[in-house]
Ligand binder design. Structure first.
Ligand SMILES: N[C@@H]1[C@@H](O)[C@H](O)[C@@H](COP(=O)(O)O)O[C@@H]1O
Length: 240
């Protein structure tokens, strides 16, 4: 794992932006795995700036998002569909048929998971997967205890995850208790992983990821086994 220590959230976001833009320029039809949450927002903001400055085009890019809440319509302000449209997609030149976010209101959720896997397989491989880090070590919405062999599936969200994400909702009761997420094996099949970590509240989780044992009790620990991971972490998140 390559660890890049940066000063703060802003520097993390601009380093991540350069990283992604380099990848887009290197690869002919780049496949990006994207994440939601507060962590990658700065990255998306900078990508939009670079697009506006005509330094990058997204017309050949294909994207797959990690996860989506079950039961939220695509236009619900708290759905990850809405998040991605507002924070990135609607501001850049990516064709809507080239972006993929799991459908949390599909009639048949099991089939949606299988179809999502198939779409990723048809794209061959994710070139670079952006990840954030959950306080309990979740990646995507793979909560502690999720088998490392998991593929895209439906999860019951931990109470702690619902609490952590309640800040986006009117109340804790409004936070869905289920989600669709790419599985851990699905994530591990990406050619390259870019993990972004910022803030003192993530320090313990990052320390466990880097120095703890590899265990399904802490899903992000599996990243120790991936051959091409870059972690961009700020000073507050990364202990000396
Ligand atoms: N499902 C998302 C994850 O993809 C995200 O990486 C993580 C951290 O979120 P944040 O970046 O807001 O701290 O939790 C959320 O629940």
């Amino acid at each position: 794992m390559e660890i890049m220590k940066v000063k703060d959230y802003d520097e993390m976001s601009s380093q991540a932006c350069s990283f992604i833009i380099n990848k887009i320029k290197q690869v002919q039809s780049p496949v990006l795995g994207l994440a939601t949450g507060s962590t990658p927002e700065g990255l998306y903001k900078r990508l939009i700036e670079k697009y506006n400055a005509q330094e990058v085009t997204f017309k050949d890019v294909l994207t797959f998002n990690l996860d989506e809440y079950v039961g939220l319509e695509n236009d619900d302000p708290n759905s990850y569909h809405h998040f991605m449209n507002e924070k990135l997609f609607k501001h850049i030149d990516i064709a809507i048929e080239r972006v993929h976010v799991p459908n949390g209101v599909a009639e048949n959720l099991e089939k949606e998971c299988q179809d999502y896997e198939k779409k990723i397989k048809d794209a061959e491989q994710v070139d670079i997967q952006v990840l954030g880090l959950g306080l309990n070590g979740h990646i995507g919405f793979n909560e502690p205890g999720t088998p490392f062999s998991s593929r895209t599936h439906i999860v019951d969200l931990d109470q702690s995850t619902r609490q952590a994400n309640a800040r986006f909702f009117d109340s804790l009761d409004d936070v869905p208790d289920k989600a669709i997420t790419m599985g851990i094996e699905t994530i591990m099949e990406s050619k390259e992983i870019l993990l972004l970590v910022s803030g003192a509240n993530k320090r313990e989780a990052l320390d466990r990821l880097l120095n703890g044992e590899i265990s399904e009790d802490f899903p992000a620990s599996i990243l120790q086994k991936h051959s091409n991971v870059t972690i961009i972490a700020d000073e507050e998140a990364l202990q000396d």
